[in-house]
Design a protein around this ligand. Sequence first.
Ligand code: FEO
Length: 168
Amino acid sequence: MLSTAIEKALNKQITIEAESSQIYLAMASWAEVQGLGGVAEFMYAQSDEEREHMLKLFRYVNERGGHSQVSKLSAPDTEFGSFKDMFTTLFEHEVFVSQSINNLVDIALTEKDYATHNFLQWYVAEQIEEEAQARTILDKIKLIGNEKSGLYLFDNDIKQFAMVRNVQ
Ligand code: FEO
């Protein structure tokens, strides 16, 4: 059985993951209208992943005798400046999510909820991967700079990134 504090914190994380999915969906749309199909595919895949993160938490809360909540979500931005700005936003968002997961781990320990602590380890590992991936992409963008040809190659390259993540 979940304590009230854990249930509340997990439901808050459910909202964060759902909002992450919406943010990346908005990024997918923005990239698509800019004509960068590869980046758009990557963002669609990211958005799907975030929904999976949300669902995994959602099912866990009910499985442990809590009540998963579907709550109102904030509307994401619709414009993202440049591709560099957009991936910087993505990276910063993932850092924020990692902090939120760490906070949850803290609460699980305080509440002596070792099952939830164990469950959260998957998220801890996932966040390391997501931050590393965002950092790698940002490094690539810095190398490309503002060159059109570089952007074309990057758009192709990132498609593979999305595919690799999907088969894992
Ligand atoms: Fe579910 Fe990218 O954090």
